[in-house]
Design a protein around this ligand. Structure first.
Ligand SMILES: Nc1ncnc2c1ncn2[C@@H]1O[C@H](COP(=O)(O)OP(=O)(O)O)[C@@H](O)[C@H]1O
Ligand SMILES: [Mg+2]
Length: 344
């Protein structure tokens, strides 16, 4: 009959394919029980959105096949998202393990669409997720999540989060009567973002997605200076003008010492092109995180307040966002274990 030490030795042969260390030393194996030929344990992944669960499952079973006497393997899956940390960096937001910014230098490329679908996809995969609308002058998150603009405008409680589609959202649009423009100057925008981040009770979150306005603006600067950003996702459409702007965004975040998780190609299509964002990512030495097709279901989901990931989870469009969410979560885990930020 096998004993626990033999089982652990076998499991030490299994490496996490992205963290490049064995799952025992990573403390991913918990509650091991060996009862005759029956082996049971829990594998604790670094994120519920882990894209490698099936690979790890297969590798674990292969490794245990080498141990004589095992006739039953019972694996429980769990996850525990680590909090990001950077020596000498700004303080994290209270209760928030990882702040993930979504940015580009250009408007209309799909930052808000990507933010919303990324957030609901991470939540659907089992993470605790928030979304912060940092586009103070053009807050679109309420509409995209189906929250009536001005939902909190007449309340006495001021701005607080509203839950929608499994994510906790906050937007200046909640407290503005519909149609009211925000005509603040730069410094006020910066402090507005700061207040949204710090003064709101976010509860406990694994990931807080921050939808940034276009440009190397006050909002982006404030965010990076005032809060610990785990990493940034750069959105670009395939056209050259968008790539030029996205390239500037990469260098701005790089200069600010913010890790870049990678680039997403949004609106891939015959009209706009396809593959150019992956090429640019390669040239810049950053990861390519995936592509989202230009598709009517994505646009309708935004207009109707039901993100495509929620409205049609099995559709190819939703699946492309789910794969993106897995890649983003994986990059986040990898950077934490690398110990220090790998910037472009
Ligand atoms: N992949 C896509 N397919 C179709 N429409 C999209 C796609 N991505 C974004 N859109 C639409 O394009 C418009 C601009 O997107 P938005 O997310 O608001 O961009 P940004 O936040 O960068 O300004 C919205 O109407 C949105 O629904
Ligand atoms: Mg936007």
């Amino acid at each position: 009959m096998p004993d626990a030490a033999q089982v652990l030795d076998a499991l030490r042969q299994v490496r996490d394919p992205e963290l490049h260390r064995d799952i025992v030393s990573l403390e991913m194996v918990r509650d091991l029980q060996v009862d005759g030929g029956k082996v049971a344990f829990t594998v604790v992944l670094t994120t519920p959105a882990c894209p490698l669960r099936e690979t790890i499952d297969g590798d674990v079973r292969t490794a245990l096949a080498a141990v004589p006497g095992i006739d039953e393997i019972d694996i429980d899956w769990d996850s525990n998202v680590r909090a990001s940390f950077r020596e000498g960096g700004p303080a994290p937001i209270e209760g928030v393990k990882n702040l993930i910014a979504v940015a580009s230098n250009k408007g209309g490329v799909g930052k808000s669409t990507v933010s919303v679908n990324l957030a609901v996809a991470l939540a659907a995969l089992g993470a605790r997720v928030g979304i912060l609308d940092a586009d103070i002058t053009g807050p679109n998150i309420p509409t995209m999540l189906g929250i009536p603009p001005g939902a909190l405008a007449s309340g006495q409680q001021g701005l607080h989060t509203i839950d929608a589609h499994g994510v906790r959202a906050a937007s200046i649009g909640f407290v503005l009567p519909p149609g009211t423009p925000v005509v603040w100057r730069g410094p006020m925008i910066g402090s507005g973002v700061r207040q949204l981040m710090r003064d709101i009770d976010w509860g406990e979150l694994d990931y807080l997605i921050v939808d940034l306005p276009p440009g190397t603006s006050d909002a982006s600067m404030s965010l990076c200076q005032d809060a610990l950003v785990a990493g940034v996702v750069i959105v670009s459409t395939p056209q050259r003008v968008s790539l030029e702007d996205a390239t500037k965004a990469v260098s701005m975040f790089d200069r600010m010492g913010v890790p870049i998780f990678g680039m997403v190609e949004n609106m891939s299509s015959e009209v706009f092109g396809t593959g150019t964002v992956a090429e640019t990512a390669d040239e810049l030495g950053v990861e390519f995180l995936g592509e989202i097709p230009l598709d009517i279901a994505v646009r309708k989901g935004g207009d109707e307040g039901v993100p495509v990931v929620v409205g049609a989870p099995e559709s190819p469009q939703a699946q492309s966002f789910i794969r993106l969410a897995e890649q983003v979560a994986a990059r986040c885990s990898v950077l934490q274990y690398a110990g220090e930020a790998r910037v472009a």
